[in-house]
Design a protein around this ligand. Structure first.
Ligand SMILES: [Zn+2]
Length: 305
């Protein structure tokens, strides 16, 4: 493999458009694949081919955007990659990625901020997401569309769902309930659960990072603020459903499958008094069916549009 240096990479990708072309060559080998429907070839580039394209908001975009001839959806080479959904130029991503892989000790967010003229927040995000992508994940990590939800279990055989108790901060007011985080792989139906000391952003992030191949997955959750930071590190994005707004389903994004899971769990431990240790064993045994769009239960306002 050739060793890239900063000047060599700069020559290879002198412009943002060139950076897109570079990634397209690496990923598609000249035959673009629609990430929405999987159709190969026949897609067309939205003009102009080079330089800027005026977006609906009047801005000039350097993104190379394709339109699928089969499903008519738009896509770029970034969909499904760690670069997706970021406003940072792809060119910057590639330079930082190269530096982080070339230096044994990596490169600090502060240095990236200074060198590439980013905000502290962007620099942190960039280095964090690249680091996530470089981590060797455990072989059984969940990959795909991951639905995360949390619940409080135990006490007098009752289950109180987190969001019902949101305004009461259940983790501080009802310590006899055991907070549980559950992760469902929507693609396979596999559920992983973990008892956490409390439902905090740090505990949610640690659980998710341990169980999920974050860089290659996308995350669905409710609007719990604790998912925001970890959600940003998901390579394929984070979608939140606003339960508090009466929005139960947004498009195909839903946490209903996990709510059903917790409902099933409640029934399974009804009438028994289990300790948290035993709880984990129960939790691991329960599987929920794969969530298909036709099985999605819609909220009181019908499907979201
Ligand atoms: Zn398509």
């Amino acid at each position: 493999m050739e060793t890239l240096t900063v000047p060599a990479l700069a020559a290879k990708i002198p412009t943002e458009t060139a950076a897109y072309r570079y990634l397209e060559r690496l990923r598609w080998h000249g035959r673009p694949v629609c990430p929405h429907c999987g159709v190969i070839d026949g897609h067309y580039l939205l003009k102009p081919r080079n330089g800027g394209r005026t977006t609906s908001t009047g801005k000039i975009s350097k993104r190379r955007l394709w339109k699928c001839h089969a499903c008519r959806k738009q896509f770029s080479v970034l969909v499904g990659t760690i670069f997706h959904g970021s406003k940072i130029p792809v060119r910057t991503w590639l330079f930082v990625l190269m530096e982080m892989t070339a230096n044994k000790n990596g490169i600090a967010a502060r240095e990236v901020q200074r060198k590439y003229g980013l905000t502290a927040k962007s620099a942190w995000f960039l280095t964090q997401r690249i680091r996530e992508a470089m981590v060797e994940r455990r072989p059984d990590a969940l990959v795909g569309t991951i639905i995360a939800d949390e619940a409080y279990i135990g006490g007098k055989s009752r289950l109180i769902h987190g969001r019902l108790m949101d305004d009461q901060k259940p983790e501080t007011h009802i310590p006899h309930k055991t907070p549980v985080v559950a992760l469902l792989n929507r693609d396979t139906g596999e559920v992983r659960t973990r008892v956490v000391p409390s439902v905090t952003a740090a505990n949610l992030a640690a659980t998710i990072r341990d169980e999920v191949a974050v860089a290659e997955s996308n995350l669905w959750t409710d609007e719990h603020q604790g998912y925001k930071a970890i959600g940003r590190t998901f390579g394929r994005g984070h979608s939140a459903v606003m339960h508090s707004m009466g929005e139960y389903v947004r498009g195909e994004v839903s946490t209903n499958a996990l709510e059903n899971f917790f409902g099933q769990l409640k029934r399974s431990i009804d009438g028994t008094h289990r300790q948290p240790g035993a709880l984990g064993a129960v939790l691991r045994r329960i599987r929920v069916p794969v969530l298909h769009p036709q099985n999605v239960r819609h909220g009181p306002h019908g499907p979201a549009r």
